[in-house]
Structures are given as C-alpha cells and as structure tokens.
Design a protein. Structure first.
Length: 474
C-alpha cells in the first residue's frame, strides 16, 4: 500500500492512471494468449496444484516440474510434429473448446433445433462424444438418437453454426459408425485469402499440389487414372483450377513424363499464355468456321489413336499406365467444354468430337490419357458425358439444384453449399471423387499472368507447342 502511495506522489495521479491502464491491457492480452493455448494452460494449472500440495518444497519444485514438462512437449513437437499436432494440440484445443463453447449450450441447442426428444418429463439429448480442433475447424462427434438420420442434422446445420458462434457447420458421416456423425464447425476460414502457387519439384501425378483445404492443409489432386470436370458460374475461378493443375504439372512437363494438349475454343484467350508449355495448343481458325471446329475433332481423334496403340501395348501386362518420357501422361485440357459438345454448329464436327470424347472418357484413364474440362452449365443436355468424370469440382454455382448435378445426390446436405460461395472468393470449390461420400472444400491457387510467365520460363520444354492449324497447313 505504501508503495502505491509513493508511486502516486512521484509520478502524479494522471501518469499513474495511464500506467495502470497499460498494465491492465497487457495483462488481458497475456490472459488471452494463455486461453488460446490450452496445453500451456494445463501445464501451468498442474504446476500451481503441485506447489499447493507440496508447500514444504517451495515454488522451486513446481517451477522445475513445469520446465521439465515444457521441455518434453517442445521435444515432441520438434521430433514428431505430425503426431504432436494430432495427438496433443488437437486434443487439448478440442477439450478446451468443448468446455468453453459446446458443453454449456448443448442442451439449449438440441432443444431449439428440434434434435432433442422429450418423453413425458424425460428429455433425451444426442450425446456429445468428443471435440477435436484441426486448424480453424472444430470436429464435434455426436451420437444420434434412435430414428435420426444425417438429413435431420443437415437441415439444422445453419442454426447450429449460429448457436455456437461459428461461420459454418457441415454434417459428415463416420466410417463404420452408423449411429455417429461428425459436425465440422468452421471457426476461422483459411480460405478467405488468396492461395499462392506452390513451389514444388515433384513429378508425381497422383498427388499434384493445387490448393489448400479448409483445415489449412495442402490439397493434392490425383490426375493419373482419372478425369476431372470443373463446373462454375462466370467468375467462379475455373481458370484458377486449370492453371493450378498446369502449375503442379510443371516438373513433369519439364521431365517429359507428362504432356498437355490444350483445347481453348475461346480463341486461346484463357490458355494462350502457356502455349509454350503445351505439346499441342488448339484454338481453331477464326477465319473458317468449319476448320475451327474440325481442329478440335482432329486433336481428340489423335488422342484416341494414342489410346488404341497403348491398349495394344499394355494388354495382358498392366491395368494402369506408368508415365515415362517415352510414353508420358497426356492431359487433354479443355476450357469451356460446352463449346465442343452443345454449341458446335457443324454436324459432322459435332459427331466426331462427341464420339472421340466419349471414347477417351470411357477408356483413356487406364492408358494414361486424362481429360480435364471446365464448363459453366452442368446440365445433361449440355454435358452429355458428365457421369464419365470420376473427379468433379464444383465452384460457385448459380442454383442449389446444380450441386447434386455435379457432386451427386445428397452432396449439399453434406455441406457442399456451392450456391452460397460469395463472388468475392473465386477459386473456392468442393471436390467430389467417386467412391468418397464427403466432398472436400478447397481453394485453388491464384495464378497471375506473371506466374504464368514464370512457369513458362521455368518448365518450358525444348520443343514448343505448335497450333494444330499450322500443323495441318504444313
């Protein structure tokens, strides 16, 4: 008390008030910093408890124990970062979020959303099993009441997100647990900022780094043995997906274990910047409408010839092609597929394009020919071969009904709300893969014109691409 009075006399009341205010703010920040780190908070609590239980040994004993525990945790984090993140940080942060956020409001949330069941005076609640935190997502595992299904919880997802103060809630099934569900609560969204292209040097076409998942981890897309359909409204970021794939293929293009045959029916406007990366670059003859459309038919038919030859070579030897410089993975990259399927005016060209495209999509995967196509309208009359794409990416869509057309029935109930993606966040979409029930939310890399120039300078092959129109003229 005398010390406080002495301070007041020396510095004056005004300065003392400012000093107290500064100390208060710093104290609140330190407390907030501790609250956001439940592992350290538990360690400090354990130290205080040990000090309280062993007063004869003094506080030095508790401090020594704390330093030892912190040292062990630091060592585990450095030596086994993946295990530490999943086994310690995720569990401790989840436990803290369970205590602070979910347990207290669980009963009221279940009652107000109609997920609780009242029998007379007895109130039955779905069981909150555990909470884990992964990046900016809380994974809340619950056990449903008898008679409940995923759709019951999916209908309440927006209200659950509002109740627990999160940005979004998605409902997912749990493998081999019919009675349990995982609620994915998006607390902070790492996809709210642009994703720069990845600087990797790998030729593995089964794990191409193309974007970031909503849990903050890198998303790798498999291209070998599959076809990819990209669907999105105008300005949704289809170009980001196509260029992310090209950028990830860069090392394979440089080493000649992959080739890109680019078909750009929009006169080369979208893909023209990377023409020196492509083995073939087809954009048609703007002065001759018939030749314009036949250029694309010839290129697809050439790919069918390669497919037939490889089938003969691999018959009885292997069921999946292994890319090599002599027999590379061929990626047929199409910007605006509808221009080759629904909007073709020449009947003969349309027939040839449709026949070649159907053959490639139905038989090309096994022999190392993959089709990556972008389109705005996913309706069957526009994309007749839609179901032949095992991997489908749905960006921002104009209507909720289009989600099921792209990702399959029930995808929107599982959280793929493509119609709710804001226009201010291009490149965000949901990736659906045949055989995987849950779509993955991803933001693809934002590739600028300067990035494309850098890709060409870094990965350009010795033999530049020649437009098909010049080849035929020669």
């Amino acid at each position: 008390m005398s010390f406080v009075l002495l301070v007041l006399l020396v510095v004056g009341p005004a300065v003392a008030a400012l000093l107290c205010r500064w100390l208060w703010r710093r104290g609140v920040r330190v407390l907030g910093w501790l609250v956001r780190r439940p592992t350290l908070l538990v360690v400090l609590a354990a130290v205080l408890w040990l000090t309280w239980q062993t007063p004869d040994r003094g506080p030095a004993f508790g401090v020594a124990i704390a330093l030892g525990v912190i040292g062990v945790l630091v060592a585990l984090r450095v030596l086994f970062p993946s295990w530490f993140a999943a086994g310690v940080q995720s569990r401790m942060a989840g436990w803290w979020r369970e205590v602070r956020v979910y347990r207290g409001a669980w009963q009221s949330a279940m009652v107000t959303t109609g997920l609780a069941l009242r029998e007379g005076r007895e109130l039955q609640l779905p069981r909150l099993i555990a909470v884990r935190t992964r990046g900016g997502i809380d994974l809340v595992r619950v056990r449903m009441l008898p008679g409940q299904v995923l759709e019951d919880w999916a209908q309440c997802a927006p209200r659950l997100a509002q109740t627990f103060g999160t940005q979004e809630c998605r409902v997912r099934t749990v493998v081999r647990r019919k009675h349990d569900l995982d609620l994915w609560f998006l607390v902070t969204d790492p996809l709210a900022v642009d994703v720069p292209p990845f600087d990797v040097d790998t030729t593995d076409t089964t794990a191409l780094p193309v974007g970031v998942r909503e849990d903050g981890q890198r998303y790798d897309l498999s291209l070998l043995g599959t076809h990819v359909l990209v669907v999105g409204a105008t300005g949704a970021g289809k170009g980001s997906v196509l260029w992310s794939i090209v950028a990830a293929l860069g090392p394979a293009l440089r080493d000649r274990t992959a080739q890109v045959w680019a078909l750009d029916p929009k006169g080369g406007m979208e893909l023209g910047g990377g023409r020196l990366l492509f083995e073939r670059f087809v954009y048609g003859d703007p002065e001759d409408e018939a030749v314009y459309e036949l250029d694309f038919a010839r290129t697809l038919e050439d790919a069918v010839e390669v497919m037939r030859r490889r089938q003969s070579q691999l018959r009885g030897l292997a069921r999946l092609h292994t890319p090599s410089p002599d027999e590379p993975l061929i990626v047929i990259l199409v910007d605006e597929l509808a221009s080759l399927t629904a909007y073709v005016t020449d009947r003969e060209a349309k027939r040839r394009i449709g026949s070649a495209l159907a053959l490639l999509l139905s038989q090309g995967r096994a022999v190392g020919i993959s089709v990556v196509a972008a389109v705005q309208d996913p309706r069957k009359e526009v994309v007749t071969v839609r179901d032949l794409f095992p991997t489908r990416i749905a960006l921002r869509l104009s209507e909720a009904e289009q989600v099921s057309l792209v990702l399959g029935a029930g995808a929107r109930d599982r959280g793929a709300r493509c119609d709710d993606v804001p226009e201010s966040l291009p490149g965000i979409g949901y990736v659906g893969i045949d055989g995987v029930a849950e779509p993955v939310r991803v933001r693809f890399s934002h590739i600028t014109d300067a990035d494309i120039t850098g890709l060409v300078a870094r990965f350009r092959t010795a033999a530049p691409a020649v437009p098909a129109i010049e080849e035929s003229a020669a």
